[in-house]
Design a protein around this ligand. Structure first.
Ligand code: SF4
Length: 445
């Protein structure tokens, strides 16, 4: 089969901007897997002779960039810049380093570009319009031939039903419309998004295919506000809160190769079990959450922290949330090739739970600072942690994770937890130009 065309689909989130500001956050935080071509290039650059040891670590059958004791990349210099970049230029860095914070996934219509919010510039919306990166992304996509070979994996509506391209687009449009209800608070829109997902889980979708799915989605989007007013959400149960903390753990857990090699796989498994158990118990000291987080965190710090109530905090948080959710849904990072090959409905449930985990973590951040209401800084710190794992950490794509989500969804836990962990209190964006109603992606050939 000949390779498919190199159509680059940038998420059409007109409000999102990005340029790299060389903060070195990704160089300090990520474990970089190397492609065979990266290994060849690094060997040609003769680093082993110059550094006195190989910059490549072979671990569990794969090649990785070596990290320093503190977990940062071995090529990160004192001035915060990359030594490979300095000496050989951007295009001679490992592909994963060039690509971040973009993530590419093959789809029927082209190569979908997803955005990672584990990058401060993406979170802070700093830089140029996304379309300005299309040529560079195309250059990188050319370096990954497997993106264009073979048939992309089909997108599923749920575990049993394959989604037609039009049905997937209808889903995207429905969530776009719902999120674009600027007459409603962001919290209510997200409650509505979780409610819509739960309605779709319960519906017999085999009976509403094609145009009928469109009609069903229209009906649900039109009625969601009245429906959720008519049936206020209950508080989550203690078991549901425990599962939420375990989901937080799954998002902040970080496997550093040096740590595994130092403790051995058995030793690592024991410390991992201890951390998992601590999150489940939810009392006492919180295991480490990430670099630049306070060391002495306690679970009790989360208690009593409220959503942001100050308008000066609400507006930027809501705008960040809107950009983030739209980029996940419209940038192909919520289901299909961009999210562990998961069906649309399961992927949406994972997204809502990831946001609930972000709300929990933001409360921990605020509590550690002695504040009783969330601020933008808390939300930024939390999202920087949670989004680095979503769609990337293998354990978040596991069968166990799917079962956990299914259990929560069946017991109405997803909506309850998302609402309880909401980031802002009721407020209506009167004049935000969030581009509601635009088509989902911009094709650039
Ligand atoms: S985290 Fe973002 S802004 Fe910072 S160096 Fe990496 S890509 Fe650039």
């Amino acid at each position: 089969m000949p390779p498919r065309s190199l159509t680059i689909l940038m998420p059409r989130t007109a409000e999102q901007r990005y340029s790299c500001h060389s903060c070195a956050g990704c160089c300090r935080d990520f474990t970089v897997q190397l492609r065979a071509e990266d290994v060849v290039r690094l060997n040609e650059q003769q680093w082993e002779q110059r550094l006195g040891r190989s910059p490549i670590v072979h671990f569990r059958g794969r090649d990785w960039l070596r990290q320093r004791e503190d977990g940062a990349c071995i090529f990160l210099q004192e001035n915060g810049l990359c030594r490979i970049h300095d000496e050989f230029g951007l295009e001679n860095k490992p592909l994963a380093c060039q690509m971040f914070p973009f993530a590419l996934a093959p789809t029927e219509k082209g190569i979908q570009v997803g955005l990672s919010y584990a990058c401060p510039s993406m979170i802070n919306n700093r830089g140029v319009e996304l379309s300005r990166h299309a040529d560079d992304v195309r250059r990188m996509a050319r370096l990954v031939p497997e993106l264009r070979q073979g048939q992309p994996r089909p997108v599923m509506l749920n575990a049993r039903l394959e989604a037609a391209v039009d049905e997937e687009q209808a889903m995207i449009r429905a969530f776009e419309r719902l999120l674009g209800r600027v007459d409603l608070s962001m919290g209510k829109r997200l409650d509505g998004a979780a409610w819509l997902t739960s309605m779709l889980r319960q519906a017999k979708l085999e009976n509403v295919r094609g145009k009928r799915l469109d009609e069903l989605l229209d009906l649900l989007v039109e009625s969601f506000s009245e429906e959720i007013d008519a049936a206020p959400l209950q508080l989550p149960t203690s078991r549901q809160m425990k599962v939420l903390r375990q989901i937080v753990f799954a998002h902040v857990e970080d496997v550093k190769i040096g740590e595994v090699q130092g403790h051995g796989i058995g030793g690592r498994a024991i410390t991992q079990f201890r951390r998992h158990h601590a999150f489940g118990r939810g009392r006492g000291a919180v295991p480490p959450v990430g670099p630049q987080w306070p060391a002495l965190l306690r679970f009790e710090m989360v208690d009593g922290v409220q959503p942001a109530t100050d308008e000066a905090q609400i507006r930027p948080i809501d705008f960040l949330l809107l950009r983030y959710v739209r980029s996940r849904i419209m940038g192909g990072r919520t289901w299909g090739a961009g999210y562990y090959g998961w069906p649309i409905i399961t992927g949406l449930e994972a997204l809502w739970m990831m946001l609930a985990a972000t709300g929990w973590l933001a409360r921990l951040h605020a509590g550690a600072d002695g504040r009783s209401a969330l601020t933008m800084a808390d939300v930024q710190a939390a999202l920087l942690r949670t989004d680095r794992a979503a769609g990337r950490a293998p354990w978040l794509g596991s069968r166990g994770e799917k079962l956990r989500l299914a259990w929560l969804a069946e017991a109405a836990g997803v909506g309850r937890l998302l609402h309880t962990m909401r980031l802002t209190e009721e407020s209506v964006e009167a004049d935000a130009d969030d581009g509601a109603g635009e088509s989902p992606d911009v094709a650039s050939d």
